[in-house]
Design a protein around this ligand. Structure first.
Ligand code: R2B
Ligand code: URA
Length: 304
């Protein structure tokens, strides 16, 4: 039942600008407040060539990702120069090289949503056409080993529904959350030696109770309840759990922007709750998810 809802691609061409809020066009200046930028900057010359928006949780990872982009796209920075974040960094960190933006969205859907609104308006004002948004993340696996990369072929919320509920004017709007299956499959086909699968990703509103952990400060259920829920999720196709995917997917579905999500599993949640892998191991896991996405971008840019 789930897959009927979740396995619908965004359309081939993403003319997202025509779907944007028309009130924005009437503003003299549009403030991308949390990014520390506004529409009076020369957005066209600085951002007009963007094609790929790589989104991740932390500022540190956004920097690591852009360093990997520089290497893999063979971009040469002027000698002695390092890449600086664009705009302000209190909330998010954004970097750009060539057609790629790497930007952090923080933890959880409210934080991700604000970043999505502002970067999308900025890209529209810059004249960007048909961008691809890719979330590169970490997650807990369900029935898969730590280190496995999950390329989402569907996204569900913590109720196992393929929606992202948004409160608007005192009412809940259940926005459908879909991924671009064509791009997801293309990325999967580039896995080579990287352990990777396609599966449904569950996006929750919390790391502990929302993800059926028994090691949070509050837990009103027992181990049996936890495993019953995780097995129910597994049976519905869920292979990993994280905290922003359905918000990103629903935002992109609403605006007709291509969206895919590539998240590595840190652990198998059927075996435990604590993230016990070593920092080196976790870095390697994350690196695998980044490598997969870079293989896709390299292929699209003819750089293989
Ligand atoms: C994955 O990891 C974070 C929680 O540890 C959260 O942002 C997510 O989606
Ligand atoms: N991120 C999550 O949201 N859950 C996990 O279990 C690991 C990383």
């Amino acid at each position: 039942m789930m897959s009927n809802h979740t396995q619908i691609s965004n359309s081939e061409q993403s003319n997202f600008t025509s779907n944007l809020n028309s009130h924005v066009k009437g503003l003299n200046v549009d403030y991308y407040y949390h990014l520390g930028l506004n529409s009076t900057f020369d957005l066209k010359s600085n951002f007009g060539d963007v094609k790929y928006v790589l989104m991740c949780g932390s500022a540190v990872r956004a920097y690591e990702i852009i360093q990997r982009v520089i290497q893999s796209l063979k971009i040469r920075l002027p000698v002695g120069q390092t890449l600086a974040p664009i705009g302000k960094t209190e909330r998010y960190s954004m970097f750009k090289v060539g057609p790629v933006i790497s930007i952090s969205h923080g933890m959880g859907k409210p934080s991700a949503s604000i970043m999505l609104h502002e970067i999308t308006k900025l890209l529209s004002a810059a004249g960007v056409y048909d961008p691809i948004y890719i979330r590169i993340g970490t997650s807990g696996g369900v029935g898969i080993e730590g280190g496995t990369v999950v390329i989402a072929n569907g996204v569900v919320n913590g109720l196992l529904e393929p929606y992202h509920p948004v409160d608007v004017l005192g009412k809940i709007i259940n926005r459908p959350a879909k991924v671009d299956l064509k791009i997801a499959k293309e990325i999967y086909d580039l896995r080579g030696d990287i352990p990777a699968i396609m599966g449904t990703t569950m996006s929750t509103d919390d790391f502990y109770e929302g993800q059926a952990r028994i090691d949070g400060a509050i837990c009103d259920y027992d181990m049996e309840d936890k495993l019953e829920f995780l097995k129910r999720a597994y049976d519905a196709g869920v292979r990993n759990i994280e905290m922003e995917g359905n918000c990103c997917a629903a935002f992109c579905t609403r605006l007709n922007i291509h969206f895919v999500m590539v998240c590595v599993a840190y652990l198998n949640r059927l075996n435990g709750d604590g993230v016990s892998a070593s920092p080196q191991q976790l870095t390697q896991y994350e690196s695998n998810a980044i490598t997969l996405v870079l293989r896709y971008i390299q292929k699209k840019m003819g750089l293989e």
